[in-house]
Design a protein around this ligand. Structure first.
Ligand code: ADP
Ligand code: MG
Length: 595
């Protein structure tokens, strides 16, 4: 069904210029150009959660680079070879945009919260004024006499001829964006919305993922600018200002910022509406002015109120979903596994660790070891500092003082990502997963470190063998923890206990030799706890080291080889489960404490 609709859409696109008037073809051209920019914003804002008001400036870079190179008569000697050809202009525009975006991105993407959008406004305005004030770019008058595109010896002077160039490029951009999102790198990008802590703990370089989507969005915008310059054959700064940047964001949000087709819907709707309102409103108000902006503003508020995810999901609901049987369990050759350390060897050594939050000492002189092939339990009343200990070990927090060694190497100065790389994997007390992604995709994030294919192969879907193996591995871990029946369901629809189990599968998918579980049994039913106990026993038998934080005494006592008890940040007891259980200090802490 979906394929049929897509095919119909493509056929309609193909015959449109043959049957429509010149005016409507031009309108479709503008829609295509805007959709290309909005598509970048879908990736950046809708998927990656990074808001940019400054995309119009990148459109300007692409337009001006080619406009200048193809029209300047006084190019400096070293640039002379680049003059005259729109195709060289395209390459130059993309290169320039990539460099500028990389520089801007390295600074602005570090900004968090509201500072990022503000930063994009700042550079959006700066670039706009730069276009208007550089005399060799024609100032506010702009550059005219830009040559038309030439393709296979044909000059593309008419709107109809240009139509195909625009739409073929747009559809190609849609295709590579979809491919990218449906890949290992794409999962890393989609994981950005869940916050960086989980993604980094799974080995994702989140700073890199952010720069990648920022660059792609900027390059799509520059491509749109290049097409625009050679279609209009004239540029001035007006279409590259901040208000147009805001319009692009409108398009992405109204259309449905989390889906590539949303960009087309949004661009189509806003462009047609703008055209129509620009005719209609001045007649109503009896004066000319950009009244359509008011209507867009109201529309934006309505969309944000009524349909947070834009119009695309509403349209998509009209089409019946793909049949379940088509969602086959992924199959693929098993991934290579790291060798497990010798059973009984100390793999983790925490020595005299202190962790302070201001005046609060959450970990006070904590020491413990975990051996390969054993379950070490860390117990203690609420607020004792167990999760803090976990965060220090896994690199989510930095220790204030003390040493942590993993597999004989100091790791207390390493990032969470570097530690994950060395074979430690964890779950979170407060589950951190991507509720809108399927269980399979969530677990596949755990396999991130086990693949190495980058962005370009992903865009072209040339990494399918590796991707298949990663997904197959994720599926195996899902089966192993007993979630097979929910593999294709949205992670957010699972019960809390199952979400915890999902996190265990995700951690296992990274092929760890040390597993850190923060209260995995909380929220599990009796049978599920039994199954979890079984699973942990098996993992232990395979030689994995497990550090377990748990509240449920019965669960711990039946499973742990050794126990460390914490209270108020300090270790108050350590030993075999039965020893600890009869320790007066422990009884005092537990019976007098929360439990
Ligand atoms: P547990 O996991 O044993 O219940 P935690 O490690 O979560 O305990 O917390 C230990 C203490 O440290 C608590 O008093 C908690 O309020 C405090 N704490 C934990 N994280 C932070 C933080 N990021 N900033 C300030 N205080 C914190
Ligand atoms: Mg805790």
């Amino acid at each position: 069904m979906q394929r049929a609709i897509l095919a119909l859409f493509l056929v309609l696109l193909g015959i449109a210029p043959l049957v429509l008037s010149e005016f409507h073809v031009t309108l479709l051209n503008y829609i295509g150009l805007s959709a290309l920019v909005a598509l970048g914003l879908v990736l950046l804002t809708g998927v990656g959660g990074l808001t940019s008001f400054g995309q119009a400036a990148f459109v300007g870079l692409g337009a001006y680079a080619s406009a200048y190179l193809t029209t300047a008569t006084d190019l400096p000697g070293w640039l002379a070879w680049a003059g005259g050809s729109p195709w060289v202009g395209l390459a130059a525009g993309l290169l320039l945009t990539a460099v500028v975006a990389w520089l801007l991105g390295s600074f602005t993407l570090r900004l968090s919260g509201h500072y990022l959008p503000l930063g994009t406004i700042a550079w959006g305005i700066s670039l706009y004024f730069l276009f208007g004030n550089l005399s060799f770019l024609g100032g506010h008058t702009g550059i005219s006499g830009i040559p038309p595109l030439e393709l296979f010896g044909l000059e593309l002077k008419s709107g109809r001829a240009f139509y195909y160039v625009i739409w073929v490029m747009l559809l190609a951009a849609v295709w590579i964006t979809r491919n990218l999102l449906d890949s290992r790198e794409g999962r890393a990008i989609r994981a950005l919305k869940g916050g960086t802590v989980m993604a980094e703990a799974m080995g994702v370089d989140t700073a890199r993922s952010k720069i990648i989507i920022f660059l792609i969005a900027a390059l799509f915008a520059a491509l749109s600018g290049w097409l625009y310059a050679h279609m209009q054959r004239f540029v001035n700064p007006t279409p590259f200002g901040l208000h147009i940047g805001i319009e692009y964001l409108f398009m992405a949000v109204v259309g449905g910022a989390a889906n590539v087709w949303g960009a087309l819907i949004g661009a189509g709707l806003i462009t047609i509406l703008k055209q129509w309102l620009q005719d209609l409103l001045p007649k109503i108000f009896g004066a000319s002015g950009n009244f359509e902006v008011i209507v867009f503003g109201i529309m934006m508020i309505l969309v944000l109120q009524r349909a947070r995810d834009g119009l695309w999901p509403i349209l998509a609901r009209l089409v019946p979903e793909a049949r379940r049987s088509s969602r086959a369990v992924p199959q693929g050759q098993a991934l290579p596994k790291k060798a497990m350390p010798q059973a009984g060897a100390d793999i983790l050594e925490v020595r005299n660790v202190f962790k302070c939050f201001g005046g609060l000492v959450a970990n006070n002189d904590m020491s413990l070891t975990v051996r390969a092939g054993e379950v070490m339990a860390l117990i203690g009343p609420n607020g004792a500092g167990k999760s803090t200990m976990f965060n220090c070990i896994s690199g989510v927090d930095l220790v204030s003082e003390g040493e942590i060694c993993f597999l004989g190497e100091r790791i207390d100065h390493l990032t969470a990502r570097a530690i994950a790389h060395r074979g430690m994997s964890r779950t979170f007390q407060h589950v951190r997963l991507l509720p809108a992604m399927s269980v399979l995709e969530n677990v596949a994030i755990g396999t991130h470190l086990r693949g190495d294919k980058g962005v370009i192969p992903a865009m072209l879907h040339m990494e399918r063998t590796e991707e298949q193996r990663l997904l197959a591995e994720a599926a195996r871990q899902i089966e192993r923890v007993g979630l097979k029946a929910s593999m294709f369901e949205q992670a957010g629809s699972l019960a809390l206990g199952q979400q915890r189990t999902l996190e265990i599968a995700r951690a296992l998918a990274a092929d760890p030799c040390l597993l850190l579980l923060d209260e995995p049994a909380a929220g599990l039913r009796y049978m599920e706890k039994q199954a979890l106990t079984e699973l942990l026993r098996r993992l232990k038998a395979e030689g994995m080291g497990i550090l377990l934080v748990e509240h449920d005494m019965d669960f711990v006592m039946g499973l742990a080889d050794r126990v460390v008890v914490m209270e108020f940040g300090e270790k108050i007891a350590e030993g075999l489960p039965e020893e600890v259980q009869s320790n007066p200090a422990v009884l005092e802490a537990y019976l007098g404490g929360v439990e």
